[in-house]
Design a protein around this ligand. Structure first.
Ligand SMILES: Nc1ncnc2c1ncn2[C@@H]1O[C@H](COP(=O)(O)OP(=O)(O)OP(=O)(O)O)[C@@H](O)[C@H]1O
Ligand SMILES: [Mg+2]
Length: 482
């Protein structure tokens, strides 16, 4: 029975390819554990120094730390205490040659999950490790189940039935459990934030912080001090030390949004974080160790930026370890109806009204419209329709007229026969919406499904100026029907 149990565990545990750190002042013990545990399929690091053991735990995640209690430089309990002070959930087994109940109890009080007395039989240590890794795995599964039951940030919230969406969700689910850097790409409003959060919440770091920053939203110097922190007096206004967001994200995930908008100087520093997991605050000299998983997102064509010399190739390759591409909504029409119905339910529920339906005619329009603002635009459109409609069924009247107009993609194609770029489509569309709204930026941003600061940036980038108003506005505000 026990053997079967142990065997089962081995299978499960090995499939996790757990990483174990052994700290023992005796070289022979380190050597033995390394050989024995590697043979079992574990990844093993060993050290004879407690201090080095602590810095190893700081640098990388271990599923289990096994430390000897009786060491000259620093006792196993000291190591345990120090590790727990910065990594509370680190699993720890202590080994003691002195089978004194007192030391073992003390170690358990300080947070060790188990202890083993030396000399031990090989099976004893194997079973102790398997048991504890299994317990940890069950805990992770349990947390995941809880999260799924709460419907909280699981991948199920990323709605879609198209092949690319199914594939990208599978990929995101698979890599959530790893510590790899992820680069999420896709146009504005395709769900990059949503996927980044889901990856974090389904990762072993889910109990840690999820910190996000939009690189396009801040000027360079402010961005640097936000990311890395600053020392008091390092610039005018730095009246006290400030902790950087990378430090705030310690033990969790850092989401670097619009990473294409960073300066070359900042890119060097980001590279350093990725390579050494170290940050240096502005005005400081001492590097600070941080344990973060990086997820970056961009809607820019980073390969082009690299070619143009605006983005460092080495950083690009470092970020692009696992690329996830979310296609624009117009390229996955199969997702539109299910998303539309999902948003109808969401907003009806929010408004505490019975769920409405969408007329077949309106659904057709939703399906064929080209959604330049992607899912965000669809969501805003549905929210507005639910809010304004007084009937059980949402009909064409509840949607903006732009949905029934010929697609802007077609218009751009007419004027630019040589295959339009996404940028030229976006530019043309923004110009169109701005003209329709008579240059009112907040109204235009709402229709485009982007925020005003993004709109300002895009107007600037595309050098859009002349917004002559058309006689009849396609985007009139609709009064609720009486
Ligand atoms: N597949 C999806 N299922 C459900 N909701 C979605 C999906 N994709 C996007 N959304 C919703 O659309 C809105 C925009 O998504 P999100 O903010 O993640 O886009 P983004 O790609 O990060 O955009 P930006 O580049 O402008 O930052 C959010 O409210 C999000 O919840
Ligand atoms: Mg975003």
């Amino acid at each position: 029975m026990i053997r079967f149990f142990a065997k089962c565990n081995t299978l499960v545990v090995n499939s996790m390819s757990a990483k174990i750190l052994v700290i023992d002042d005796e070289d022979s013990m380190c050597h033995f554990m390394e050989i024995m545990l590697s043979k079992e399929g574990y990844t093993v690091d060993t050290t004879t120094s407690g201090t080095e053991g602590i810095s190893l735990v700081k640098k990388q995640p271990y599923d289990l730390v096994i430390a000897d209690l009786n060491m000259p430089e620093m006792t196993g309990i000291d190591v345990l205490r120090r590790v727990k002070s910065f990594k509370e959930d680190q699993d720890f087994i202590v080994m003691t040659a002195y089978a004194s109940v007192d030391t073992a109890i003390e170690a358990m009080k300080q947070g060790a999950v188990d202890y083993i007395t030396k000399p031990f039989k090989i099976d004893e240590i194997k079973i102790a490790i398997e048991k504890n890794l299994r317990r940890k795995q069950l805990q992770i599964e349990n947390d995941n189940l809880k999260r799924q039951l709460q419907g909280d940030n699981s991948f199920d919230k990323f709605i879609g039935v198209s092949e690319p969406v199914i594939k990208l969700k599978k990929l995101a689910e698979r890599i959530a459990g790893t510590d790899s850097t992820v680069l999420i790409r896709g146009e504005s409003g395709t769900g990059k934030d949503l996927i980044a959060k889901a990856i974090h919440h389904n990762s072993p770091r889910s109990n840690g912080p999820f910190v996000t920053i939009n690189c396009a939203a801040l000027p360079e110097n402010l961005l640097e001090s936000e990311l890395f922190g600053h020392k008091k007096g390092s610039f005018t206004g730095a009246i006290k030390d400030k902790e950087g967001l990378f430090k705030v994200a310690d033990g969790g995930t850092f989401f670097l949004d619009e990473v294409g908008n960073t300066s070359m100087a900042l890119q060097v520093k980001l590279l350093r974080v990725l390579e050494d997991k170290k940050i240096v605050p502005v005005g400081g000299t001492k590097p600070i160790q941080v344990d973060v998983r990086l997820i970056a997102a961009t809607n820019a064509d980073l390969e082009d930026e690299v070619k143009a010399g605006r983005f460092r190739a080495d950083l690009f390759y470092r970020l692009n370890v696992i690329p996830i591409f979310i296609p624009p909504l117009r390229e996955r029409q199969e997702d539109i109806v299910i998303l539309a119905n999902y948003f109808v339910s969401k907003y009806c529920e929010k408004m505490k009204i019975p769920v409405k339906t969408i007329s077949p005619e309106a659904l057709d329009c939703l399906r064929t419209y080209h959604w330049p603002g992607n899912v965000r635009e669809l969501e805003n459109t549905i929210e507005r329709a639910v809010l304004l409609s007084r009937t059980k069924e949402l009909t064409l009247n509840d949607f903006p007229e732009r949905l029934t107009e010929p697609s802007q993609v077609e218009i751009v194609k007419d004027t630019q026969p040589s295959s339009p770029t996404l940028e030229s489509i976006e530019k043309a569309y923004i110009h169109y919406v701005m003209s329709e709204t008579g240059g009112k930026k907040s109204e235009a941003a709402r229709i485009l499904g982007i925020d005003t600061s993004t709109l300002y940036r895009k107007i600037d980038r595309y050098k859009l100026k002349d917004f002559s108003t058309r006689k009849t506005s396609q985007f009139r505000s609709k009064e609720p029907k009486t």
